[in-house]
Design a protein around this ligand. Sequence first.
Ligand code: SF4
Ligand code: SF4
Length: 414
Amino acid sequence: MTALWRRWFVQRDDALLADADICVKCGLCLPHCPTYKQTQDENESPRGRIALIQAWANGQLDASEKLLGHLDNCLLCRSCERVCPAVVPYSRLIDNFRSRRYLRGEASLALSLMKKVSHNKAVNRLAQKSLKFYQAGRLQKAARVLKLPELLHLDTIDRLLPEYHEPMPMQTYYAAQKHHKGDVGLFVGCMGQLLDHETVNAAVKLLTAIGFNVHVPEQQACCGALALHDGDRETAEQLAAINCRAFSGYSLEAIVTIASGCGSRLQEYQQTEFAGKVIDISRFLMQYAEKNLAERLLPLDATVCVHTPCSLKNVMRSEKEVAMLLRQIPGIAIKALPETIPCCGSAGSYMLDHAEMAQALLGDLLAVALEKQPGYLVSSNIGCALHIAAGLRERGIALEVLHPVALLARQLKA
Ligand code: SF4
Ligand code: SF4
């Protein structure tokens, strides 16, 4: 369809235009955009992408591969949204645009697999068993030598897999260890349960230690961020409804999240009663831990580099609490990455389908992080942590990457 034909005969997409037209084209967001910084291409900037959406929604441009490519390349890091003086709802705009383009049927095998594991509990359980078989034996090593992951186009997933650890069986309820202060729900997320048992256990240990009963409803599902950012609004809304049902029926002080990527999605559910209770675990611990928390922690003589995920900074707006919390550990030295460091490139499923950009951004981040010569690197989002840890392994650098509460829990006195 030619652009001229579209312009005269195709109906304008007024819903998209209402959001896009808020942009005054000032360009203040450009220096904050990771893809623009890497490419210096206006089409790869927030302002450029908004202009492309406007032109498409007005019928002036076709949805060509080139146009879709520029819009797919957006990390949805929301750095632009944070600095925009006109308050353009940029993430809503991109999500809505992608939902118009959904069902193009072009998802890679890696992304399709990730979505299946995230959205389907039976597949998630099967993945847990398969990982044990794949990683605990020598199969992974053999497959890598034979370059099977590359041949199957699954190398972008294979590189992320951390060392295998036997999962601890999860209970649905853990009682406060002392002076009961209230009850909380713990959102563990689909990947947390699969790949980050230490953080899940650390969260339970710390929350019960400061006096909270912890409920971990079995029915909870994926937060829906993967589906939403891929344009599949229907699945995203179904998952939101499942999670709201799963956490209803308890009298909860808060719904605590251990992955800011999930937390940022949960905080934006339309179900405001649920969304209003969602809080990142570091912020929760800072709010509710006793003033003398430091007395309950063993000293740690180490430098810790703090990576702040975009979702924690730009959406949950809880970027300060991680460093404040870790400073409670006697002897620790905290070195946060500068605020100007852009997205690490993981961005949900982005690292699977945009490996080149994801690697370029990771390379920049690691160069700055390693200058600080840390003993640990902490990140509050599992996707970022896996991507950064994979980058370190690929460079032969032995630096442990973990969630801040995992580090804190290791230091908690028995
Ligand atoms: S998105 Fe906001 S900051 Fe960027 S050009 Fe538009 S109005 Fe300016
Ligand atoms: S969300 Fe991030 S990558 Fe996308 S346009 Fe905004 S700043 Fe750039």
